[in-house]
Design a protein around this ligand. Sequence first.
Ligand SMILES: [Zn+2]
Length: 219
Amino acid sequence: MSRDPHREARDLLGAYALDLLDDAERASATAHLDGCDECRRELDFIAPAASALALADPERVTAQPAPPPDLGDRVLSTIRAERPARRNGTRMLVAACAAALLVGVGAGVAGGYAAFAPDPEPQEHVAATVHDDRVDAEALLVPHTWGVEIRLTGEGFGAGETYRATLFDESGGAHPAGEFIGVGENPMVCNLNSSLLREDAAGFEITDESGDPVVTSSF
Ligand SMILES: [Zn+2]
């Protein structure tokens, strides 16, 4: 094990909060948490989102307020270095969204964890129209200085299918905002980033592998 204990514990915090660690991992994380204020603070910060994810009832996802988007973001970024060995549904969900995160983000996040600072900018709920009976979805926009981010909360995106997000400017020009892999009935929160500024963005669509729209929004 060449990694330092702090980094190791940080990578496990999301799974720790979701109670997905095996005994050895949990013991190791607990031992580190006992002696590390920074990791304890981080755990306090992500725990509410983790419990919201764990308790999410698929039937009620669209009727309930989404977990605070920044918290979900932190959970996902914390977990994204997780070992992918286990075929646990929640881990797969996290892995799928983490993959989407990595595909969707620009250079700003390439540096790693520290780039996920709490976002001071306002989030904007936008109306989303769903075109697939299996899917429930809600969307928030986050107007970053480098471009607008779509925070997509939803369920029913076909497991294993690749979905593509595209933003449109006011002239109808298409701007890619990343891809993600559907996780079926599991609730998911995906962060889809583009280089289009909020002031220039007029709508988005999420398309399936056939290019058919699954979720669309105009704003
Ligand atoms: Zn630590």
